[in-house]
Design a protein around this ligand. Structure first.
Ligand SMILES: [Zn+2]
Length: 238
């Protein structure tokens, strides 16, 4: 059984192969990667991202490497915790931080698919520390994360509600034009029509100091140009 010479060091940037029980990997066999921190196997290449928002400027962080489950989890938790604390502090950062935290879950699941290190690498692994939600960073992030989740969930709901309610934003009426009312006077549904059409029922008039004249109706404020001006509606004589 052959063993690598003790002085063997792979060239920088070259993947590191773990010796198998039969010596070096067999030709054609998938190379077994080892953790770049502790040297243990199995390990996977992962990219963990981070983000810092600093009011005006922002900073994106990235750590790429081959890690065993233990060291990878430590890198993931450190980046995730720092992002949870420092990620939120500019308007655009709120969105980026949400995306970064979500993307890192991909790296985390790749690491969790690995079994515990089976080959001791000779160097101490990193300490993964406490789970994120048992750290202060997890509690801090809970508020923006909850708000972000609420936003993501509510946006399509609000869009559907807006589509269903339809005419939530009626066309404004202007003085001198004509309209018809398809609703009642307590629940108006006013539409602008040309004054010489047979559909015209009402002429839009400016209220006097005393309000609308006798026989005139008051249009809902939402039918005025700015939403706050009173308009009167005089029935047309036909
Ligand atoms: Zn490791």
């Amino acid at each position: 059984m052959s063993t690598p010479p003790p002085s063997y060091q792979p060239p920088a940037g070259h993947p590191v192969y773990a010796p198998t029980p039969h010596g070096y990997p067999q030709p054609g066999a998938a190379p077994a990667l080892v953790c770049q921190v502790c040297g243990a196997a199995p390990a996977v290449p992962v990219t963990v991202r981070g983000h810092q928002g600093m009011i005006v400027i922002m900073r994106n962080l990235r750590r790429q490497g081959v890690f065993c489950r233990t060291c990878g989890l430590a890198v993931f938790r450190e980046m995730q915790a720092n992002t949870m604390l420092l990620g939120w502090w500019s308007p655009l950062s709120v969105i980026i931080t949400g995306a970064v935290l979500l993307m890192n879950l991909g790296a985390r699941s790749a690491l969790l698919r690995l079994p515990q290190p089976t080959t001791w690498g000779g160097r101490p692994p990193l300490d993964p520390g406490k789970p994120l939600m048992k750290r202060p960073a997890g509690m801090v992030a809970l508020v923006p994360l909850t708000l972000l989740a609420a936003l993501v969930v509510s946006a399509p709901v609000l869009m559907v509600v807006g589509l269903l309610s339809g005419d939530s934003d009626p066309k404004p009426l202007t003085v001198g034009t004509c309209a018809r009312n398809d609703g009642s006077w307590s629940d108006q549904d006013l539409k602008a029509v040309t004054c010489d059409s047979t559909a015209a029922q009402l002429r839009v008039t400016q209220p006097g100091l005393e309000g609308c004249e006798d026989g005139e109706y008051m249009a809902d404020l939402k039918y005025s140009e700015d939403g706050t001006t009173n308009l009167c509606l005089r029935p047309l004589d036909r």
